[in-house]
Each structure stands twice: as structure tokens, then as C-alpha cells.
Write a protein that binds this ligand. Sequence first.
Ligand SMILES: CC(C)(COP(=O)(O)OP(=O)(O)OC[C@H]1O[C@@H](n2cnc3c(N)ncnc32)[C@H](O)[C@@H]1OP(=O)(O)O)[C@@H](O)C(=O)NCCC(=O)NCCS
Length: 147
Amino acid sequence: MSWELDRRPVSGADEDLRTALQAAKLPIDDLDEDGRSFFRFTDRNATVGYGGLEDYGSCALLRSLVVLPQQRGHGYGEAITRQLLTQAARGGANTVYLLTDSATSFFERFGFAKVDRATAPAAILQTRQAASLCPASAALLAKIVQR
Ligand SMILES: CC(C)(COP(=O)(O)OP(=O)(O)OC[C@H]1O[C@@H](n2cnc3c(N)ncnc32)[C@H](O)[C@@H]1OP(=O)(O)O)[C@@H](O)C(=O)NCCC(=O)NCCS
């Protein structure tokens, strides 16, 4: 998909963001903490989903990717992921990490691959997602991004 969705920053306190993440069983406990950016993605003025990044300099954590249930299956998840990867690279990251327990094969489509937690940078392992909010069974995936 080559089109770009409209993207607007939202705060971690945004009620619609929190509702969408909670409905998808994604963590909301650390949304208000520093160093996180969240975005609402819209197509022709309709909200289709959300996504976020945590910036750790040369690496970033992609998180809080959710497409609203009624909007799934139309390529929005792919579009949001690509836009977040571009943004992470522009922000200076050369590796993007994420944790997932249900969408590993979705992210493998973009070149993400499972990595051993022991090989990940401390900044990623110390994120609230990695350290406590995501189950220990969640896979840690990584992708090298180009600037
Ligand atoms: C995962 C999610 C973001 C996908 O959004 P979407 O808009 O439905 O995805 P797309 O329409 O862009 O799908 C692109 C492709 O990925 C596939 N895909 C979609 N969800 C998938 C999943 N959970 N696992 C594996 N493949 C998936 C689609 O079948 C499609 O394949 P195709 O091109 O061969 O038809 C969405 O299902 C969601 O919000 N899930 C709940 C939250 C979640 O799991 N987030 C990820 C962890 S942070």
C-alpha cells in the first residue's frame, strides 16, 4: 500500500485511545509516562486506528498499534505500521523493537524477526512493556530501519 493516512498526535490521556487499546487488550497503564508519542490515524476524516512509539535514541519501541475492529482487513494496520517505522527512522532510530503475543506473523511481513531478549538493549528491556506489562510469553521482535 502506498497511500498515507492522516496522522495527528494524541496524548496518552486521550479517552478514545485508551478505549481502543483496552478493547484490544493492549497495555494502558504507562500511557502517561514520558518519552512516548501516540497518534490517531484517519482516512477521509474517519478514525481508523492508533499507534505509538517510545524513543530511545538509536532504537525505538513500536507500541499500541490498534485498528478499530470495524476497520480491520482494509490495509490500515499495514499503513500505520509503515508510517510508524518511517517516523522512528526519521527520529534517529536504526532498530525498531516491539512486543506482541498475537500478531507475530503480521509484523514478520514488514521484516521484523524474533530476537532473544538477552540480545536486546537495556533501554528496550527496561521499558514498562518489556519489564512488566506484556506477558513473559510475548515475543520480542526487531527490525533494522533505514534513514
Ligand atoms: C493486528 C492489526 C493491527 C491488523 O490490522 P488490519 O488493519 O486488520 O491489518 P491489514 O488489513 O493491514 O492486514 C495486512 C495483512 O496482515 C494480515 N493480518 C492482519 N492481522 C493479522 C494478525 N493478527 N496476525 C497475522 N496476520 C494478520 C491480514 O490478513 C493482511 O494479509 P493479506 O494482505 O495477505 O490479506 C489489528 O488486527 C489489531 O488492531 N489487532 C488488535 C491489536 C493488536 O494485536 N496489535 C498488535 C500488537 S501491538
